[in-house]
Design a binder for this molecule. Structure first.
Ligand code: SF4
Ligand code: SF4
Length: 74
């Protein structure tokens, strides 16, 4: 059921460390121009690895269908 969810980055708070890029098994998250992380929502499988590893805790999981934050999933 993980496919129902996608990672969402609070880009204002991202410190562009690149940790999420390294842990993503699908290559679905990248750091745009070295400034903030961006998620490819079609590639994301909702595994939460990026959210769990982000040192700034700026990644949350959101429902692809309803588009609200599912922070309790972390
Ligand atoms: S791990 Fe967190 S702070 Fe680092 S680039 Fe990814 S979203 Fe930004
Ligand atoms: S939830 Fe998993 S698949 Fe989606 S961007 Fe994060 S690490 Fe990649």
């Amino acid at each position: 059921m993980a496919l129902k969810y996608t990672a969402h980055v609070n880009q204002k708070e991202c410190v562009s460390c690149g940790t999420c890029v390294k842990v993503c098994p699908r290559g679905a998250i990248s750091v745009y121009k070295g400034v903030f992380a961006v998620v490819d929502k079609t590639g994301c499988i909702g595994c939460k690895k990026c959210a769990k590893s982000c040192p700034a805790s700026v990644i949350s999981m959101i429902s692809k269908e309803r588009n609200y934050e599912e922070k309790e999933l972390l």
